[in-house]
Design a protein. Structure first.
Length: 198
């Protein structure tokens, strides 16, 4: 299971549903073959340069296929990327930290009420400025509407906070999601929010 990147003083904590098998095998977050997360961060200006490039992903995939990707290399890669994110005060975690799954539709991928409770306690403890969910809209609403009735499937800033943290719903950056323009727009909106608070 990939470690969380979660510290105090974060500008934004990105939160997925669960760690994907591909990302876990390759050693870092959002490394599914068509996942657009890293490109969206750069596109919107949340990071000035790509944190994980397509070339780096290809090297990881190729070395994994030849069984040359060992734990030492994965650890070094993780630490390098963690340091790059720390410069921009960006954290990464998932709601369901119990399982590694192939996709969000797999049995056991859906976060439980206990997962959500643990997550909320972490957010209250570390208090990032913004918590941005890269989960599917239905999953987000199902997890948070019972606790925060104003939680909705609308992308962007939500009408509730977790502790002192703003809550944003980005939507899934997975290649299976087709509404690219809406995804780009919400990442641009978040980038504007982050710049305004700097």
């Amino acid at each position: 299971m990939l470690p969380e990147i979660l510290t105090r003083n974060l500008r934004v904590l990105f939160v997925g549903t669960t760690v994907s098998r591909t990302s876990n095998d390759l050693g870092f977050y959002y490394l599914g073959p068509n996942n657009r997360f890293w490109g969206l961060l750069e596109y919107a200006g949340i990071t000035p340069e790509p944190v994980v490039t397509p070339q780096e992903r290809k090297i990881l995939v190729d070395t994994f296929k030849t069984h040359a990707l060992n734990d030492m290399y994965k650890k070094l890669f993780f630490e390098k990327k963690e340091a790059a994110l720390a410069k921009h005060r960006i954290g990464l975690t998932d709601l369901n930290r119990r399982r590694v799954v192939s996709n969000d539709d797999e049995p056991g991928a859906k976060p439980t009420a206990d997962d959500v409770g643990k997550f909320i306690r972490k957010v209250e403890k570390f208090s990032p400025e913004v918590v941005a969910f890269t989960a599917g809209m239905e999953i987000f609403e199902g997890c948070f509407k019972p606790l925060y009735p104003s939680a909705s499937r609308n992308r962007g800033k939500q009408d509730f906070m977790i502790g002192g943290s703003e809550v944003w719903l980005m939507g899934s950056p997975s290649g299976r999601v087709r509404d690219t323009e809406a995804l780009e727009q919400v990442f641009e909106d978040l980038a504007e929010r982050i710049r305004a608070a700097a």
